[in-house]
Design a protein around this ligand. Structure first.
Ligand SMILES: [Ca+2]
Ligand SMILES: [Ca+2]
Length: 187
């Protein structure tokens, strides 16, 4: 949608420029949101530089992914420890100790944990003690939560992606990075 809008503006700009004097009219495009115009990002919540949706219905990993895709987003990927901490702090601030699916899994290659959204390997070390353990050889999808009864913070763990009534978790969807432009017309 955004690309179409930009293209449409660009085409209109060409028409205006072509049909009028170059001396009299100039159109400048600027990246970003120069006047901090409010943008409606519902149902996504802005946390640091990202936009996230917290799905509160219990779903297996595949259903969670489908629900994020239906919102034109993906299950969350933690590119940095800071991003993980920001989400954990947000949940802690609202007293939320639920488990949430992420896009992480080792479905492709057992023992190799990638973010499904980006294809990148895990670079953060937020595993709960003793995890990932691939318990009974059935655990391939990664959730964040208070993993053990003794846990005092959010950490990561592998659990069965589906076919497990004890692994129906909430989920975090992450919207693609937003791009905004400002259009200034001089005349
Ligand atoms: Ca596994
Ligand atoms: Ca596990």
């Amino acid at each position: 949608m955004l690309k179409h809008t930009v293209l449409t503006i660009a085409l209109l700009a060409c028409l205006v420029v072509n049909s009028t004097s170059y001396d009299k009219y100039a159109i400048n495009f600027y990246p970003g949101n120069r006047n901090d115009e409010p943008a409606n990002t519902e149902p996504f919540i802005k946390i640091n530089d990202g936009y996230y949706y917290f799905g509160m219905d219990g779903s297996n990993w595949y259903v969670a992914y489908e629900k994020c895709r239906a919102l034109k987003s993906e299950l969350v990927t933690f590119d940095t420890a800071e991003e993980f901490e920001a989400i954990a702090n947000y949940l802690k601030a609202r007293g939320d100790k639920n488990s949430y699916w992420t896009s992480g899994n080792d479905l492709g290659r057992e023992g190799t944990y990638n973010w499904f959204t980006t294809g990148q390997k895990f670079t953060i070390s937020k595993w709960a003690p003793g995890q990932p353990d691939n318990y009974k050889g059935l655990e391939h999808c990664i959730h964040m939560g208070y993993i053990w009864k003794s846990s005092t913070d959010f950490e990561l763990d592998d659990r069965p992606c589906s076919n497990d009534k004890n692994s129906l978790f909430h989920y975090i969807c992450e919207a693609p990075q937003q791009e905004t432009i400002s259009l200034v017309v001089w005349k």
